[in-house]
Design a protein around this ligand. Sequence first.
Ligand code: SIN
Length: 302
Amino acid sequence: MTTAFAPNAASDTGHAHQAQSIEIRAFDAPVGAEVLGLDLGQPLNDDDFRRIHRAHLDHHVLVFRDQRITPDQQIAFSRRFGPLQIHVLHQFQLKGYPEVLIVSNILENGQPIGLGDAGHYWHSDLSYKEKPSLGSLLHAQELPSEGGDTLFANMHLAYDKLPAHLRAAVEGRSAEHTYLAKYAELQKRSPWRPNLSAEQIAQVKPVVHPIVRTHPETGRKALFVGEHFTTRVIGLPEDESKQLLDELFAHSVRPEHLYRHQWAEHDMVFWDNRSLMHLAAGTPDHLRRKLYRTTIEGDVPF
Ligand code: SIN
């Protein structure tokens, strides 16, 4: 299916910018491609933007190498795809840039500078919102000498390969997603996690989404449940709901659905939250890791 959607396709200044010589190389993996020859610090002309947009729909994870760009440039590129979402944990915004969430395990004077355990459980970003995220961009600032990988699961493939009994069980069903689902558990492992104010809690009321969603641009179906935020299947008794979700979670992350990203200095990784779930594989506590994340608003899932 070709896309009918051209988010912010016009370049930001309205001027014609020179084309960059882009090469897109698919990974030997169920998702992902590397984009070479593109400087995200330069405004993209409309043809280049369309190629990147198409590649994002085709490969679901794009890795842009060696991007020496500023937060302003990350924000400008992200905005070409839609409005940006502000994370509820405003404590971890980059100073002066509310659109940028710092993902980091670094403590300064005993205080976390970022969300150190972001991605500890499989999830699709902001699935707990009425309008979950279209995609996220993560830009490496400081990387550990070992560990710190990010895993991506192809949820189209997970849907296509669903065993018949699971396909029948999810047909027409919806599930609840809640930001608070694992918050207390995460606070136990990461005591630096702030208590949420009443205002923050009000921003993350539980929502219900279809278990199988249709990608709004490609028309492909994908499973849309993840162990971090999905709490129950609507209309099923608790034990049946738990069993079904456990089976879906286990099936989604079978090794044949996964791409493992090993970060290189200045990588920018842009993934599609409508097609994927992801997981931070973990960083040894004594090593420093810092990345900047922007998150683009998507549609109400259907
Ligand atoms: C995230 O879930 O956005 C963070 C992923 C990572 O740190 O690898």
